[in-house]
Design a protein around this ligand. Structure first.
Ligand code: AVI
Length: 326
């Protein structure tokens, strides 16, 4: 989930798409904005701060799994010691995958690491810095959209693959879309290939509620930054002090949803268009879906994978699973 949208680097096509999506979403009833637009340069920085917030447990839990259970994680890859492509969708700074890559090197695996990210900047940083920290690593970064880049990676070699999708990013898709994503992932792989995916688990609803309502107000800033981004890039005039962040977790469905709420009746101008908001009207901005282990198993079987391994952190709050394409 790392999208760099520095206005200077944003192509005309991407800007047009952004404007069309924003206007279409704000003309809907109820209003919505797509969560992928939360991640411009400001949004990336705010998300880095969220990951350090004491209430946001996801990163620490998954980091613990990677720091302490790499040997278990690598066991289902043993058949591929002599040749493996490790592909990471949305690699970011590879802070967690670093531990697995280090372990694979220490165990003499012959592999190439293909980090995929929408941000060319992130790929360049990884290509420069990772070999300093992991001498001997073979790395081929690919900038682009997940599946478009995955196709490129798959086309470059016929070795077995491990595709990683970490951080609970799959939770930012509604469940039906997440299943579609797994089906599309399977379509791009061959029988025997492996997937390593991180899912946030259902738990005490207060823990989840607080993770998206941190006391420092970083999540609120992160959410409001979407309106500031629309101001910056689309010439809009949102007054962010007239909106507030609201999050709601439903323990029945596992849906954790973020909204921006209008504090007043108001009219906002976006370029030549005017959008009206009623007092208390909401804009849906993001879903962060939580799952049970049974639901995760159903994703695997429903998309053509067999579950091989399930690792959890010591609190049982987050899980990384390994699947095999059947
Ligand atoms: C990137 N993703 C997994 C985060 C999450 O937990 O859904 C995004 C986020 N939104 C608010 N806080 C964190």
């Amino acid at each position: 989930m790392n999208e760099t949208s520095d206005p200077i680097s944003l192509s005309a096509k991407a800007l047009r798409e952004f404007r069309d999506d924003v206007l279409a979403g704000l003309k809907k009833e109820p209003k919505e904005l797509q969560s992928k637009y939360l991640y411009d340069a400001e949004g990336d920085e705010l998300f880095r701060q969220i990951m350090r917030a004491p209430e946001y447990y996801l990163t620490d839990c998954e980091m613990e799994i990677f720091k302490e259970q790499c040997a278990d994680m690598a066991a289902p890859l043993n058949d591929f010691r002599d040749g493996l492509d490790v592909i990471e969708l949305g690699a970011g700074d590879a802070a967690k995958s670093y531990y697995l890559l280090q372990y694979l090197i220490s165990q003499g695996f012959n592999f190439t690491y293909y980090p995929i990210d929408i941000s060319a900047n992130i790929i360049n940083i990884l290509k420069d810095q990772l070999p300093e920290r992991l001498p001997g690593i073979k790395i081929q970064g690919i900038q682009g959209d997940y599946f478009q880049a995955l196709k490129k990676a798959v086309a470059t070699s016929s070795r077995p693959k491990l595709v990683m999708f970490l951080g609970g990013n799959i939770g930012n898709m509604p469940p039906e879309e997440a299943l579609e994503f797994c089906i599309e992932l399977r379509r791009n792989l061959s029988p025997g290939d492996r997937v390593l995916m991180g899912f946030d688990l259902k738990k005490d609803p207060w823990l989840i509620f607080n993770a998206y309502n941190d006391h420092g107000g970083i999540t609120e800033k992160f959410n409001l930054n979407l309106l500031s981004r629309i101001n910056r890039e689309l010439g809009a005039n949102f007054d962010t002090s007239l909106f507030h962040h609201y999050e709601n977790y439903d323990p029945e469905t596992g849906a954790c949803k973020s909204y921006l709420i209008s504090k007043a009746n108001q009219v906002v101008t976006i370029g030549a268009q005017q959008i009206s908001f009623r007092e208390h009207e909401h804009i849906f901005t993001e879903t962060s879906q939580k799952y049970t282990s049974e639901q995760i198993g159903a994703f695997a079987s429903g998309s053509g994978f067999e579950s091989l391994l399930k690792l959890t952190d010591s609190k049982d709050w987050f899980t990384d699973v390994i699947w095999r394409a059947v």
